[in-house]
Design a binder for this molecule. Structure first.
Ligand code: CUA
Length: 326
């Protein structure tokens, strides 16, 4: 029956956002711990139910007699064993398996890592800086599969929480403080991440992707991300660059290779290479990008980005330019 319950919970709890479909050492450990605790709790529950059923259906023959003498029925021993000794043993087992998991996690975080990524939470998006590689990207973080990467998590405004359910535990992103966690993926793939600490109006629209890939693919991605933005070809894209550099966009966004060096919003040097916009809110297509620039508040009410006030022509040119930033 226990196996059936576990199979049922596993079926109900699989998908991109569930830690029971673990794909990294950290999430495996948490998943094992959760299943172990569930199994122990289920066992205790079954034992209690059995005693309850016994009490209900196995009435004493002398039920009408005077108050029973507990000593005669082994009652004191029952209370000492079942009410004190048994819970102590169960709690000690739970305590020990938790300590073992915690220690394994601590060993992993203080162990060796291939490199470090600075994770900076903003309302409401994620910034990923690679100090070793000199990369600054947003809402999409690439890592080499099978390699431990150290994430140093902090925040610029309020408390957020960095969480990739299939890879690792949650880590609070706290202003003025850095929390470390090791992230490692067993297999290539895109893993959904999200903010798991309520941080305001758009808390639910604070998602990101962790892309785990072979070291060759990762190195190719790094090489692409390290390049400055290319000069746009003459025509709409070039006009779009002038729109961008002549508007208020530059106060919040950076594009390497231009004068735009704002740090309030995501770095746009390679914005076209990302699959999602606005922190996982909309897909990164030219139409969605245009709609976003035209009126971000309609898509993500409360976002720090104001409406652009551009004419339709300027908007088309700007999108043409941004689409060259792959
Ligand atoms: Cu950031 Cu919730």
């Amino acid at each position: 029956m226990l196996a059936a319950i576990l199979a049922l919970t596993d079926a109900a709890c699989s998908g991109p956002g569930t830690m029971t479909s673990a794909s990294g050492p950290g999430a495996h450990r948490i998943s094992m711990l959760a299943v172990g605790m569930f199994a122990i709790a289920a066992f205790v529950f079954l034992v209690v139910i059995c005693f309850l059923a016994y009490g209900l259906f196995h009435r004493r023959q002398d039920a009408d007699d005077e108050a029973p003498n507990l000593e005669d029925h082994g009652g004191t021993r029952m209370v000492l064993l079942g009410g004190i000794a048994f819970p102590i043993v169960v709690l000690i087992v739970l305590f020990v398996i938790t300590l073992v998991a915690l220690q394994a996690q601590a060993n992993e975080d203080t162990g060796t890592h291939v490199f470090t990524i600075n994770v900076i939470a903003h309302r409401w998006w994620w910034e990923f800086q690679y100090p070793t590689q000199g990369i600054d990207t947003a809402n999409e973080v690439h890592i080499p599969t099978g390699e431990p990467v150290l994430m140093e998590v902090t925040s610029t405004d309020v408390i957020h929480s960095f969480w990739v359910p299939r890879l690792q535990r949650k880590v609070d992103a706290i202003p003025g403080r850095t929390n470390e966690v090791t992230v490692q993926a067993d297999t290539d793939g895109t893993y959904l991440g999200e903010c798991s600490e309520f941080c305001g109006l758009q808390h639910a629209h604070m998602r990101f992707n962790v892309v785990a890939e072979s070291s060759d693919a990762f190195n190719a991605w790094v090489a692409d991300q390290q390049k400055a933005a290319p000069e746009p070809p003459p025509g709409e894209a070039l006009q779009g660059q002038q729109v961008f550099l002549g508007s208020s966009c530059v106060y919040c966004h950076s594009i390497t290779g231009t004068n735009a060096s704002g740090t309030v919003g995501p770095n746009l040097t390679h914005v076209a290479s990302r699959t999602m916009l606005a922190s996982g809110t909309i897909p990164n297509t030219p139409d969605e990008l245009a709609a976003w620039i035209e009126n971000p508040q309609a898509i993500k009410p409360g976002t720090q980005m104001p409406a652009s006030g551009l004419t339709p022509t300027q908007l088309r040119q700007l999108v043409a330019y941004l689409e060259t930033l792959s």
